[in-house]
Design a protein around this ligand. Structure first.
Ligand code: TYM
Length: 336
């Protein structure tokens, strides 16, 4: 059976990259798979989070899932800390994964920066917990943006080593589902940096909670160059030579669900001011219903908490027997 698992960190500022690269795909996959979508609060605390903000962000991500169209009756929506099996399996994986594997993780290097000695141990072991998230459900497919690819390769390595060490076929080898043009949406201020929750400049991203005015201002101020919109000819440049221009085209294409060649055919050669107006209109109309529903759910935290609790119960019912199977394979003596 095919099962989808994916997660989003509750660290504030859900943005267009999260939506186009991940959450919108979560919605679409519900028709074809059993889906489990998790707000990964255990991952969030690998970097210090103010407790009240963590709780608010957890509800906010759950609200974004629902507002974007994930049906909590069909799919499972929950937060990671309510299902202890994630942390229990992560410990076992801490003992399977090799230091050398984690030393290669580029995201740790980026997040820890120069002050590696001062990063939390959790930040370093982060990918093992991510492998546990996926494998505690024996999920087969994981929809993510491009930046998570290396973590999924590590998940496969962990599954394979566990299966080899314990001479079992317990874990499947997961497949990443990295979909289409929106797998890597870049910052509006610098086309070589990905759009990110942690960028200090709010002008670098479009947040799912931005008002139409915010969106219009951010797109108007988005960095471009003095040339017209690329027209597909050699003179129009390439994504390497004009990263900001091509990023705006990718965003338009992803929002409109069009091939970027179609966007270039429509807007190529026009002035950026004209294209930016069309992009603003499209972004505002696409995000308006999600934004409205998120506001409604923000005013109903009890309702969101019930969705999370009910989802956690259903998630635990799948995870616990799988964890018990792992514990038997490892040789842990269990209560009968
Ligand atoms: P997180 O919270 O950073 O991001 C959530 C999802 O959004 C995607 N994404 C992007 N896609 C396109 N362009 C961008 N600029 C962009 N920025 C973010 C991410 O690829 C991701 O799919 N480690 C994960 C959370 C996680 C997880 C898991 C994911 C924990 N356990 C198990 C899958 C399976 C993370 O930090 O995502």
């Amino acid at each position: 059976m095919n099962r989808i698992f994916s997660g989003v960190q509750p660290t504030g500022n859900l943005h267009l990259g999260n939506y186009l690269g991940a959450i919108r795909n979560f919605v679409r996959l519900q028709d074809r798979y059993d889906c489990i979508y998790c707000v990964v609060d255990l991952h969030a605390i690998t970097v210090f989070q103010e407790p009240a903000e963590l709780a608010a962000s957890t509800r906010e991500v759950a609200a974004a899932f629902v507002a974007a169209g994930i049906d909590h009756r069909r799919s499972i929506i929950f937060n990671q800390s309510q299902v202890p099996a994630h942390a229990e399996l992560a410990w076992i994986f801490n003992c399977v994964a090799r230091l050398g594997w984690l030393n290669r993780m580029t995201q740790f290097k980026e997040k820890a920066g120069k002050n590696r000695e001062n990063a939390s141990v959790g930040l370093y072991a982060y990918p093992n917990l991510m492998a546990a998230d996926i494998l505690v459900y024996k999920a087969t497919h994981v929809p993510v943006g491009e930046d998570q690819k290396q973590h999924l390769e590590l998940t496969r390595d962990i599954a394979q080593k566990f299966n080899n060490d314990f001479k079992t076929e317990l874990f499947p080898l997961v497949e990443p589902l990295i979909m289409g043009t929106a797998a890597r949406i870049m910052s509006l201020r610098d086309g070589r940096q990905k759009m990110s929750k942690s960028d200090p400049s709010d002008y670098s991203r479009i947040n799912l909670t931005d008002t139409p005015d915010d969106i219009a201002q951010k797109i108007r101020r988005a960095k471009t160059d003095p040339e017209p919109v690329p027209d597909g000819s050699p003179a129009g440049g390439t994504p390497e030579s004009r990263p900001e221009a091509f990023n705006l085209i990718e965003i338009y294409a992803a929002l409109a669900d069009l091939d970027h060649a179609r966007v270039i055919a429509t807007f190529g050669g026009s002035q950026f001011s004209t294209f930016k107006e069309a992009l603003t209109e499209l972004a505002v109309t696409t995000l308006r219903p999600i934004n409205g529903e998120m506001r409604r759910l923000r005013a109903a935290p009890d309702h969101v908490d019930r969705i999370l609790a009910e989802g956690a119960g259903r998630a635990a019912a799948i995870a616990e027997p799988i964890l018990a199977e792992v514990q038997r394979v490892v040789g842990f003596v269990r209560r009968r």
